[in-house]
Write a protein that binds this ligand. Structure first.
Ligand code: DON
Length: 325
């Protein structure tokens, strides 16, 4: 038992048969062959649709993983709650929400729409995340170069991940930038409506957004990130206080209402846990005060969420009472 504890493995292997249940859900979802791998850039289109991994990290640092949990994938939209968290932590809720709203958009994640105040609807969709990148760029240590701001952001992500592997996929970054007509359109549309604190550096803002999407980690690492959010901003592996509890509360509120694109309402209703999906097939799931989970499987449903990831969450709450209500 003690040696398991030192290795951060589950020390109560039969905690309500928990890890056994996770294994059962894993195998059930593995046979799900629905969905299509994202194909807007070749690097994602080449992903093997059979990849499937699930990692768990509890708020006291116990770990469990099954499947393809050590293969890196790009964070894509799973970076959105993290950049939003940094903005909240450094600038406070009042400043951040002068620029971005809190409402689900009811539209696709990259749709060319702003809310009735001419702000992006929320930080979990592309327009909102691009705007949050502009806040990080222009309002937090504005004297930093883009290179320094990249390091600053990677360091934050690493702290959230307890110092575990976090990389950057340059081929994906370059491809994202090449295939980014919609994101450029969103960028210019927001500039037209004076959405940014400083409109002079749109190209840098978009590059920074593509860089955040192109950061790379595996399921094990992202489960630690989710666990830091589950633990009120204190990383369960390092015990470092990375984010203020108020920032974490705001991030989880918007993950709950807006984290699953245009499926967010149904997911909040059926699963009732804050989550955020990304186009590489990753899904960050936060069970506040209990654990963080990351699932990864590239095939996506028509709304952009990982098919196996969504099924896994449904299996989880059908067995355990994790639904918030
Ligand atoms: O901005 C984009 O189009 C992507 N790089 C990230 C978006 C994303 O993950 C949407 N996911 N379903």
């Amino acid at each position: 038992l003690i040696s398991r504890a030192f290795r951060h493995q589950f020390i109560i292997p039969d905690w309500f048969g928990f890890t056994k249940h996770i294994e059962d859900f894993y195998w059930k979802c593995k046979s799900n062959s629905e969905g299509k791998v994202a194909s807007y850039i070749p690097q994602l289109a080449r992903m093997n649709p059979d990849y499937w991994g699930v990692s768990v990290c509890t708020i006291d640092g116990q770990r469990f993983s099954i499947g393809d949990t050590s293969i890196p994938f790009t964070l894509q939209s799973c970076s959105k709650p993290l950049t939003y968290a940094i903005a909240l932590d450094r600038l406070g809720q009042e400043v951040v929400h002068q620029y971005v709203g809190q409402e689900p958009s009811g539209r696709n994640f990259n749709e060319l729409v702003l809310d009735y105040n001419k702000k992006p609807h929320n930080p979990m969709i592309n327009a909102g995340a691009i705007l949050v990148c502009s806040l990080l760029k222009s309002l937090i240590k504005p004297e930093m170069t883009l290179a320094e701001k990249f390091d600053f952001t990677v360091n934050y992500f690493k702290k959230l991940a307890g110092g575990e592997n976090l990389g950057f996929n340059n081929a994906i970054f370059l491809s994202e930038r090449e295939a980014a007509d919609r994101n450029y359109a969103l960028g210019f549309y927001m500039r037209e409506h004076n959405c940014y604190p400083d409109k002079s550096n749109l190209k840098e803002i978009l590059d920074f957004y593509f860089q955040c999407c192109s950061m790379e980690a595996n399921c094990d690492t992202m489960a630690v990130v989710a666990a830091t959010l589950a633990n009120g901003g204190i990383c369960p592996i390092t015990e470092e206080k990375v984010l203020k509890p108020d920032s974490v509360r705001d991030v989880l509120s918007l993950m709950h209402s807006c984290g699953m694109y245009d499926y967010s309402g149904q997911f909040a209703f059926k699963v009732g846990i804050p989550a955020k999906s990304g186009v590489s097939g990753s899904l960050l799931v936060v069970i506040p005060n209990v654990m963080g989970i990351c699932t990864w499987s590239p095939p996506l449903d028509p709304l952009g969420n990982s098919c196996r990831g969504v099924q896994f969450c449904q299996e989880l709450v059908s067995e355990f009472n994790f639904h918030r209500y």
